[in-house]
Ligand binder design. Sequence first.
Ligand code: HEC
Ligand code: HEC
Length: 369
Amino acid sequence: MSSPPIRAVLGALVLWSAACERPEKQPPPSTATTTGPASRETVATVAPTLDVARLDALFKPLPSRFESPTSVGTPAKIALGRMLYFDPRLSKGQELSCNSCHLLDKGGVDGEQFSKGHKGQLGGRNAPTVFNAAGQIAQFWDGRAADVEEQAKGPVLNPIEMAMPDPLYVLRVLRSIPGYTAAFAKAFPGEKDPITYDNFGRAVGAFERGLVTPTRFDTFLAGQREQLVPAERDGLARFVSTGCANCHSGPLLGGTMYMKLGLMTPYENTKDQGRFDLTKNEADRMFFKVPSLRNIADTAPYFHDGSIKDLPTAIQTMARLQLGKTLTDVEVGSIVVFLQSLSGKPPAEYIAPPALPPSGPTTPAPDRT
Ligand code: HEC
Ligand code: HEC
C-alpha cells in the first residue's frame, strides 16, 4: 500500500521543510502507510503539511501598537498611563496597582489561580495577561468591557480588587497629587478639567495599547520562513490541522470571537456561565472569549477558572472539549513547541516602572478597612 497520497504528503512535507535540515527522527515512508490502532503513534511523528497560503488568512503579524480610533496615543498620554498603571494610591489600601496582578516583568500576569485583591480577597476568575489585550474584540473573559479604556475603570472600583469607593474619590486622590495635575494637563491639552475618570481610563488604555509582544512568529508570517525552526513549523502545522486555529486565529491567535467552552464535551465546572451571566441569553451559556495564545507559555495557570496548571494539559483538554479529539503526547508536545515561539516582551524601557509623583498634603492615607 505505497499509495500515491502518502507520497504526496511526504513530498509536500519535504518541500515545507526545504532549506532546513530535519532531525534524523523523520520516520521512513513505510511506517506512515501502516494502518490500525498501532499506527496512530507512528503517523503522529510525521507532521501534517502546512498550507502556506492559508497562513495569511488565519494569522497576521502584530502591529507596533493597537491604536485607539478615538484617543490618540501621544507620548504624554502614554507616560501618564504608565504612572497610573504602577500607582498603588489608586487602591483603597494603597497596596495594589494594576501591576500587582498583571506584572509587566512576568508576562503580564501574576501566576496565581485567582489574584489577591483588597485585604487579600480572591476573585473567581484567572487574571489574563495585559500583553496584546488591546487587540481583542473586547475585554474580560466575558467581554463585558468594550476596550482597554473602559476596562481600566473597572478594577479600581471593584470591591475585591482595588476597592476604591467611587470615581469621585479616585479623582480626589489624583487631584491631591501635584504631579498628576501637570501630567493630565499635558496628556489632555486644551481640556478645562483634564482630571476625569474617563481620562484616567484613556491614559491607562494608551499605555496598554503599546504592550505588544512580537516574536519570530511575526517575522515568519511576514515571509521570513526560516525564522521558525522545523519543529516549530511542524507544531504550527499540527495546530492548524487539529483545528485549534478555527478559534485561535488572527494576530493574537485568539481574541476575535466568543465560543462555548465544552463545545464537543461539556466542561465540568459550570459555576461560571461566562457571557450568559452577563446577557441572560440562553444561547450564551458557557460562552467565553477565545483567549489570545500570545505568551501562553508564560501565563499559567490556564482557563477562566485557573484550574489547569500546565500547557500540555491545557492543549489536551482543549482538543477533547472543543474538538472531540484525543491527541498523542507527541502531538501535544509538538503544539507546545510552536506555542513557545509566541512568547515575547514589550521593549524594556516601555515597561520599566516609572518614578511616581509625590503625594500632596491632602492625599488620603491608606484605608485598610
Ligand atoms: C486584584 C487583581 C487585579 C488588579 C489589581 C487588576 N486586575 Fe486586571 N484583571 C484581573 C482579573 C481577575 C481579570 C479577569 C476578570 C474577568 O474576566 O472577569 C482582569 C482582567 C483584565 C483585563 C482584560 C484582559 C483580557 O484579556 O480580557 C485587562 C486589560 C486588565 N485586567 C487590566 C488591568 C488594569 C489596567 C488594571 C489597573 C487599573 C488592573 N487590570 C488591575 C485582576 C486584576
Ligand atoms: C471551538 C473553539 C476552540 C477551539 C477549536 C480551541 N479552543 Fe482553545 N480556547 C477556546 C476558549 C473559548 C477558551 C477559553 C476557556 C475558558 O474560558 O476557560 C480556550 C482556551 C485555551 C487555552 C487557555 C488559554 C488561557 O489563557 O488560559 C489554551 C492554551 C488553548 N485554548 C489552546 C487551544 C489549542 C492548542 C487548541 C487545539 C487543540 C484549541 N485551543 C482549540 C476556544 C477554542
